[in-house]
Design a protein around this ligand. Structure first.
Ligand SMILES: Nc1ncnc2c1ncn2[C@@H]1O[C@H](COP(=O)(O)OP(=O)(O)OP(=O)(O)O)[C@@H](O)[C@H]1O
Length: 484
């Protein structure tokens, strides 16, 4: 999360008759602060604003570029979206700042050259640059690279986010080529003379560079420098200036243009207001209320680094407009964007990245409580494994036991049968020889097991000792009988 970078630039006073110190007030610039003072030097309370930078009338475009936009342009080459726009009342110096003058090249010119200088110094990536140039005139989008492309629609898709359908994109290889294309666009851009500016921009323009890059070394272990493709969008915007119709005295075409300009700037102001309210109070952001805010949506509170140059006129005549611009600037200063490198990953790159991330997390876990937990989990897992083995062993023993039990039952049955047979034989041969004493005891008579010389007592088979193998059962029975 980072705040939008906001600067105020005061243009030189244009007419001697509008002496800034006459009639009571003047704007004073001190470091990064601008405040309104009375002609006697006392500050007017409540009208003092601090920004990231405040540039006085002596400041050059070169300095504005260095302090406010250079880093952003370099970040765009590294994969961050970036937007720079100039905002201010008509004739306050927006076009001078963005497009420059003959002896002082503007931000766009410097940015284009800087982009190419920077990419020529990056040896491990290859770049593909595409540029487009459009204007929003009377709330319609026209292509400044192809005059026939007028009234272009805005579309939205998951892949491309918000985009202007049918806009011509030129693939470019050097700065000179780009600057020539821009010059061509300037010829068809809508300018017009007003009472306040001999060459007033009657449209908002958006010059766009799409910077794509890819690592040259595909075998590198660093995913970000090899397989991932970075795509960033750099918008350089020159807005038309707000104007008071009462001041300009415009009529006809100029009046219509002025109304459209004011309306779209009002929507921009509303969006800025809402965004500056903070995430909780903000509610619905009216991006869709104008083409300008729709196109700039990612740059306002979205995934982009944004710098705003608010231009003001120092003359007392414009003091109310200047106050309005400063209010806009101070609200914009409260907005936070969330810029991140835009990468498109192939499956291989994704895998590589995930592996690295897992490795990173492992490193972070080391030395923390998580490591102790990990060991505890390992110990529990070992214990579980031990119990599992024990359970299997017991199950096998149980199975063995069942088998023995079955054998024993079988054996009992066989012995029962033998006993029955013997009894039948004894009964039939001895007849009434059985002693009455034995019958009274309720015990069955002892039988001699022919062939083995072993004597069994029927009761003994139900003795608990008979649990076990049939061999053991026999031995226990014998012992019992011997002891009896
Ligand atoms: N910093 C500056 N130094 C010197 N001249 C400047 C500066 N800023 C503006 N000017 C001059 O002031 C005049 C108006 O400037 P510019 O056309 O850039 O205003 P603008 O804000 O773009 O106006 P509009 O909104 O009407 O297009 C131009 O003649 C320009 O050269």
């Amino acid at each position: 999360m980072e705040k939008i970078c906001v600067a105020v630039r005061v243009r030189p006073a244009v007419t001697v008759s509008e002496d800034t110190t006459v009639n009571g007030t003047y704007w004073k610039v001190e470091e990064n602060r601008i405040s309104l003072h009375k002609s006697n030097g006392t500050p007017i309370s409540g009208i003092s604003y601090a920004f990231d930078h405040v540039f006085d009338e002596s400041c050059t475009n070169s300095r504005v570029y260095e302090l406010l936009t250079k880093d952003l342009i370099h970040a765009a080459v590294d994969g961050f979206n970036g937007t720079v726009f100039a905002y201010g009342q008509t004739s306050s110096g927006k076009t001078f700042t963005m497009n420059g003058a003959q002896n002082d090249r503007g931000i766009i010119d410097r940015a284009v050259k800087d982009v190419f200088n920077k990419i020529h110094m990056i040896y491990d990536r290859e770049f593909l640059i595409r540029v487009s140039y459009m204007e929003i005139y009377n709330e319609e989008i026209n292509d400044l690279f192809a005059e026939e492309n007028q009234k272009l629609p805005i579309h939205e898709s998951l892949e491309r986010s918000v985009f202007v359908a049918g806009l011509k994109e030129e693939i470019v290889s050097d700065a000179e080529q780009v600057l020539k294309l821009i010059q061509g666009g300037e010829v068809i851009r809508h300018f017009g003379e007003t009472s306040m500016n001999a060459r007033s921009s009657r449209s908002h323009t958006i010059f766009r560079m799409v910077i794509e890059s890819k690592g040259k070394d595909a075998n590198s272990s660093d995913y970000s420098s090899s397989d991932a493709i970075r795509v960033s969008v750099l918008n350089l915007v020159d807005l038309a200036g707000s104007e008071r119709i009462t001041k300009t005295g415009a009529g006809g075409v100029r009046l219509k243009e002025g109304n459209y300009i004011n309306k779209s700037l009002m929507v921009l102001g509303n969006v800025i207001n809402k965004l500056s309210d903070g995430a909780k109070q903000r509610g619905h952001i009216p991006y869709r209320d104008s083409k300008l805010t729709r196109i700039l949506q990612p740059s306002l509170g979205g995934n982009a680094k944004t710098s705003i140059i608010c231009t003001v006129a120092p003359e007392k005549l414009h003091v109310e407009e200047t106050k309005g611009t400063l209010l806009f600037a101070s609200r914009a200063k409260r907005i936070t964007n969330c810029a991140q490198v835009n990468e498109i990953l192939s499956d291989a790159a994704l895998l590589k990245r995930q592996k690295l991330e897992i490795e990173e997390l492992r490193k972070k876990l080391k030395g923390s409580r998580a490591e102790v937990l990990e060991q505890e989990i390992l110990k529990l897992r070992n214990d579980m494994l031990k119990y599992e083995l024990e359970r299997e062993k017991l199950e096998m023993e149980l199975e063995e036991e069942r088998k023995l039990h079955k054998e024993r039952d079988q054996c009992i049955k066989e012995q029962q049968m033998t006993t029955d047979n013997l009894n039948t034989r004894v009964n039939s041969s001895d007849g009434d020889k059985s002693s009455s004493q034995e019958q009274n005891d309720g015990k069955q008579s002892l039988e001699e097991f022919s062939g083995n010389n072993i004597v069994f007592q029927e009761d003994a088979f139900w003795n608990p000792y008979f649990q076990g193998s049939s061999q053991c059962l026999r031995w226990q029975t014998i012992q019992l009988l011997q002891g009896a």
